[in-house]
Write a protein that binds this ligand. Sequence first.
Ligand code: GUN
Ligand code: ZN
Length: 435
Amino acid sequence: MTHTLLRGRLLSFLRAPQDLSDSGSYLYESDGALLIKDGLIVACGAYDKVSPHAPADAVTVDHRPHLIMPGFIDMHLHFPQMQVIASYAANLLEWLNTYTFPEECRFVESDHAQRIATHFYDELVRHGTTTAVAYCSVHKTSADAFFAEALRRSMRMIGGKVMMDRNAPQGLLDTPQMGYDETRQIIADWHGKARCHVAITPRFAITSTPAQMEATQALAREFPDLHIQTHLSENHDEIKFTCELYPEAIDYTDIYARYGLLGDKTLFGHCIHLSDREADAMSEAGSVAVHCPTSNLFLGSGLFPLKALARREKPVRIGVATDIGGGSSYSMLRTMDEAYKIQQLLGERLNPLESYYHITLGNARSLSLADRIGTLDVGSDADIVVLNAAATPAMALKMEVVKTLPEELFLLQTMGDDRAIVETYVAGVAAKSAI
Ligand code: GUN
Ligand code: ZN
């Protein structure tokens, strides 16, 4: 395969930034280059240093003056909810019962699942997202469609068939045995194939009987390397109902702990209203709280205490995500704009360096995948996004007075969306312009 040389301004995080002046937390090359071969980054640095290593037949793409960053990572969204987005509901449980569950029933049809999968990946790529962690529907057909499309596009994707056996329409229920057997089959068919990862996916405690939670525990024991994803502490009515269903547990988090689901590969969506005890338990287990700001505001679920959870004596690992279709944008830029505003309302500051850390290296670390994605390090997957902070007339006007990199990043986060994504490279291949 030929080499590709991308030229532009490079930005890649090395660690979590302490504050806005923490220039040691990232690598920045004002005239940089990435050399890519066979889907991997083989050189990264100043253009003058990297370009001599490019063979004569390398394809050069000059992205100056744009920013070249690792592709964005979305840690929680629902593939069967593309037509649920923008549904008018008072709160989480009404939204689930009125719109979400009926819509997910349609994914029993593999034609429908395949059609939506195509749109799903198109939207991710259009928004600069190169890895996402998705819930499929309860139907095996939906997981098969999801992974077949990931394979076709060579994307590093994590996903799982939802397990749910109560408190939902009949067309959306499996059984403990069926959920176990089908998840096992999906693992056998897809996990480790190209860049596909299967996650064990009990939807949340409300829709799983104790017997299904036991089946989930059995899967987690059998496949300890797999991610587990579920929902936790999103909405006050949800928390109350959940605790009524599991009266023996001391709180919502304890339900998952009792079934062995509290570990360092577990991704808990939302975690807005955790008690100190729950946050301690999450921290001790190394579990990840996944913040979904546009969803939390859209459904009126609450204000996630991101900064407070991260600076605890026992800090909680954090991820950030869109939560389509409770979330209202596919863009990780829009997502961090809303995350910023939530911290403002809590009297906290989330600086732009932290935002871009979270959507790249931060999320990669929270997935235990930082050796593959989330940076521009040599040896990493060549999943890359190219950003233009002057993408619209209004952004271009503001750019005239922008003087520093953090100011530019903040502008991109505050005003940017898919229009600011110049190109998305998946395994070294331009994918956005190919849509
Ligand atoms: N809790 C259980 N299922 C869901 C879902 O699909 N979306 C959100 N936001 N919360 C959930
Ligand atoms: Zn969700």
